[in-house]
Design a protein around this ligand. Structure first.
Ligand code: MN3
Length: 341
């Protein structure tokens, strides 16, 4: 009896892990033919059922059995530079296409643009038409495969950017960071059957399918998305640089390996000075952050002094170093937390 219970438990666990497909292909909201004449049904079918499906399958394959199984999509994208190429390409492919299907609708199913987005576009680009011109220029000049984006930047402004392959502006590999609210796929698979090499004709037609109501909803959501602050912070390069050395010295110390901290304490101190003298992003440019950065610099100076000091009792010195680096680590997280204010 007890054995069969264990067997059922083991079987359930096995089935659970065998079925673990973290990501799944979203349904296309309309029939393949609903996008005609601007995009033909066959292109929509292959694009969704084959290309997007492949990104989803390959993403699941790439993360299964790794810690990335438990990462959010945002996390996979934000730290794309640290990920295997298969994760960067397929997480991007899945995210980008999901957004693309959401913002496309046949003319009779489109909702109008919100006042808020219309005003933001007018302020930023003069008119919707000049925005389209900018987007088309970004899309037309993207060499090879990629995307053109309208995104919300961390400074609260709209911006037009383009990225290669399946990258997007959430990724740390992108020069311009922000939350995309409208994306145009300029891979040949998006238009080749109908338009062949005439990308400009496809770009002229695609605007007929943009559901500005959905783009407006995405704009409103992006304005309140905590990700915006995270992207801003992630662009604070001095903070990133310091974080890297902190992680590479503190975490080994937690495992009782003090070699990295002892040999790199000078570098840690130097990065703390650079951080103190850097210009924080607008959301973190306040006296509290400045105060924390000063304390962090002081703390790293103490660590460096202690690391260099000869000692007869190595275990005792390590214990003191650990106490000091833990304090520095706490202050660092204080800085990260303060950035949200
Ligand atoms: Mn595509």
């Amino acid at each position: 009896m007890k054995n069969s219970f264990l067997l059922i438990c083991a079987f359930t666990l096995f089935m659970g892990s065998a079925q673990a497909q973290v990501y799944s292909l979203p349904n296309l909201p309309f029939a393949f033919s609903a996008y005609e004449p601007f995009i033909d049904a066959q292109t929509m079918e292959i694009h969704h059922d084959k290309h997007h499906a492949a990104y989803v399958n390959n993403l699941n394959k790439a993360i299964t059995g790794t810690s990335m199984e438990n990462s959010s999509m945002t996390n996979l994208l934000m730290y794309a530079s640290f990920r295997p190429a298969a994760v960067r390409n397929n997480a991007g492919g899945h995210y980008n296409h999901t957004l693309f299907w959401e913002i496309l609708a046949p003319t009779n199913a489109q909702k109008p643009i919100s006042d808020a987005l219309q005003t933001a576009i007018t302020n930023q680009f003069k008119s919707l038409d000049s925005l389209k011109t900018l987007m088309n220029a970004a899309a037309a000049t993207r060499f090879g495969s990629g995307w053109a984006w309208l995104m919300l930047s961390p400074d609260g402004k709209l911006a037009v950017v383009s990225t290669a392959n399946q990258d997007n502006p959430i990724m740390d590999v992108s020069k311009d960071r922000g939350i995309p609210i409208l994306g145009i796929d300029v891979w040949e698979h998006a238009y080749y059957l109908k338009y062949q090499n005439k990308r400009a004709d496809y770009l002229g037609a695609i605007w007929n399918l943009i559901n500005w109501g959905v783009v407006s909803d995405k704009y409103a959501a992006a304005l309140n998305d905590p990700l915006l602050m995270e992207l801003e912070k992630d662009n604070w390069l001095a903070l990133k640089d310091f974080h890297k050395v902190m992680a590479q010295t503190f975490h080994p110390a937690e495992e009782n390996n003090f070699e990295p901290l002892r040999t790199r304490s000078g570098e840690l101190y130097a990065k703390a000075i650079l951080l103190k003298n850097s210009t924080p992003p607008a959301s973190a440019n306040n006296p509290k952050v400045q105060d924390a950065l000063s304390r962090l610099e002081q703390q790293c100076f103490s660590i460096h002094q202690l690391a260099q000091k000869p000692s007869k009792n190595e275990a005792d010195k390590n214990a003191k170093l650990f106490e000091q680096i833990t304090k520095a680590h706490d202050i660092f997280h204080e800085v990260e937390g303060l950035c949200h204010d």
